[in-house]
Design a protein around this ligand. Structure first.
Ligand code: GLC
Length: 547
């Protein structure tokens, strides 16, 4: 059957941030054996697959997004034998496994970068990266004015073999993450090898880090607006991101995936982290011979307003679904403030408004046509931990900008599994084990054992939503038609009659449809859609479609 073959088109994938999922060794850091132990939990939740954040050997300057060896496992997380056990266990449970691949940059401890540092300016070893002479009489100014995404200039100066300050190298993130030079064919060839290494070990695909990166403008000219580049974490510098040449890389990777599918009939998935200015540009990445999917972050960045959500959903449906791919919806990930906190309003803190909205957003996302990604802890309704003390923060953004404004540690605090006190079952074996980021006491309320026992929990909402997606042909792929609805309410019909409505306001409104209630994100009396609530119905066909 087509939809089973193209399993990814409406898959729900669970993002496992390995270091915070489950720790099997008692060192306070989650690991691959912990992921394996957690698979039955994920099976019960009903997800189709998992995406594992990077577990490769790495000095962990950016928690594994600084890769020193693309074809191994960091001892912190286990070894290749444990990886194989994890893949086999997931396969037995019917859970797909996606790896996180980081092709824009590596670690400054990658052997090729170490070789480049030891080599001469102009050498073949340096040509795998972007090395350039500095500007000014003594070369002490960076080669251009680009900013790094995590603060500071995008260039660092090296010391040459003679002990003198020498060339500069480009790093769009931290200095510990030198950017590869994709204009050098050796780089592409090496990544082809890496893909095959993991495909041969049985993985179902890859989440591609910074997939609008890789190529830079060939002349590395100055940016016209370096201040704008510095202000935002989005990829705004048009000279450093979204270069046309990158599309050839995705065509090549797609053909490698197809080659494996041709051998065994198992379709592999490439899902890109694509941050580009418009849905239209985004759509170029998912043309039929490029990436299968690309995260659509506009939903995640939309404010909690019906019109904003309607706009981004309509654009995605028009531009992305128009390519023949499906939209890949996402509300949370390891780089963003969790929805419960993001949708809360400081003035109403503690009122449960953020949680109610996050529940409604989840039902909305699960009702949209396409694939959805859930970030670990989202199914527990975990809030962002906003009061981590400075001395425990590990996000390089904090160190490099001196600001807490955009830091990402608060969504990465290790998961609570059970019990009343930290480590809440996160670590096994060692009672005194300390999770790598401190868990607040209130995490007890969110522990998985409590969530599973309480049918009103976030967990049950996600589980019920996933079960309905599995059971009802109207969900998953297919059409979406907007329904007429009062201001502040979004309502749409899927397929031949599944209706989803969301009330973005706080006052109740009448339900925009009559029919059989299927699921709601909060108590929903007959005929009413309370504020900050979403609901699904099987309609009796009386709803009016918007003109
Ligand atoms: C992506 C990752 C983020 C990482 C960055 C650099 O945006 O999601 O966590 O820091 O790339 O690799």
């Amino acid at each position: 059957m087509l939809s089973k073959y193209h399993w990814w088109r409406d898959a729900v994938i669970y993002q496992v941030y390995v270091r915070s999922f489950l720790d099997s060794t008692g060192d306070g850091i989650g690991d691959l054996a912990g992921v394996r132990a957690g698979l039955p939990y994920l099976k019960k939740l009903g997800v189709d697959g998992i995406w594992l954040s990077p577990f490769y050997p790495s000095p962990q300057h950016d928690h594994g997004y600084d890769v020193a060896d693309y074809c191994d496992v960091d001892p912190l997380f286990g070894d290749l034998a444990e990886f194989d056990l994890l893949v086999a266990a997931a396969r037995r449970l019917g859970i797909k496994v996606l790896l996180d691949i980081v092709p824009n940059h590596c670690s400054s401890e990658h052997p090729w970068f170490e070789e480049a540092l030891a080599a001469e300016p102009g050498s073949a070893a340096r040509a795998r990266f972007h090395f350039a002479d500095g500007r000014g009489a003594d070369g002490s100014e960076p080669p251009n004015n680009w900013h790094a995404m995590f603060g500071g200039p995008a260039w660092s100066r090296v010391t040459e073999a003679d002990g003198q300050p020498g060339q500069w190298y480009l790093h769009m993130f931290t200095p510990e993450q030198p950017d590869w030079n994709w204009r050098n064919p050796e780089v592409g060839a090496e990544f082809d090898r890496v893909l095959r290494f993991w495909l041969d070990r049985g993985v179902d695909g890859f989440r591609i880090d910074v997939a609008a990166g890789l190529y830079k403008h060939p002349e590395l000219p100055d940016s016209d607006d370096p201040e704008a580049d510095a202000r935002t974490r989005d990829s705004v510098n048009p000279l450093a991101w979204n270069q046309p040449e990158v599309h050839a890389v995705w065509r090549g990777w797609r053909s490698i995936c197809e080659e494996y599918t041709a051998r065994d009939g198992r379709e592999r998935l490439l899902v890109g982290e694509v941050s580009v200015p418009t849905a239209r540009e985004h759509a170029l990445y998912v043309r039929s011979d490029e990436l299968h999917q690309a995260f659509f972050f506009d939903l995640l960045s939309a404010p909690w307003e019906a019109d904003a959500f309607r706009k981004v959903i309509s654009e995605a449906m028009q531009d992305i679904a128009g390519t023949g791919s499906t939209v890949t919806w996402v509300l949370n990930n390891h780089d963003q403030v969790r929805t419960v906190t993001r949708y809360g309003e400081p003035a109403t803190e503690g009122s449960g408004l953020g949680a109610a909205r996050a529940r409604a957003a989840a039902l909305l996302m699960l009702a949209l046509p396409g694939a959805a990604y859930i970030y670990q802890g989202e199914e527990l309704g975990l809030p962002e931990v906003v009061d981590l003390p400075d001395d425990v923060l590990t996000d390089p953004i904090f160190r490099r900008t001196g600001s807490r404004a955009r830091i990402r540690d608060g969504c990465r605090v290790p998961l609570p599994w059970s019990g009343q006190a930290s480590p809440f079952g996160f670590t096994s074996g060692v009672e005194s084990a300390k999770p790598w980021l401190p868990q607040p006491d209130y995490f007890a309320e969110y522990a998985t054992d409590r969530a599973l026992a309480d049918t009103r929990s976030f967990w049950h909402l996600y589980r019920d939503g996933l079960q309905l997606r599995e059971a009802l042909p109207q969900l998953g792929e297919g059409t979406l038609r907007w329904l007429e609805s009062p201001p502040g309410v979004l309502a749409f019909v899927r397929g031949d009659g599944l209706v989803c409505a969301v009330n973005f306001g706080t006052a109740p409104t009448s339900a925009p449809v009559s029919g059989t209630p299927l699921l709601s994100s909060g108590p929903c009396p007959a005929g009413v859609l309370p504020g900050s609530t979403a609901a699904w119905w099987m309609s009796d066909g009386t709803e009016s479609v918007a003109p």
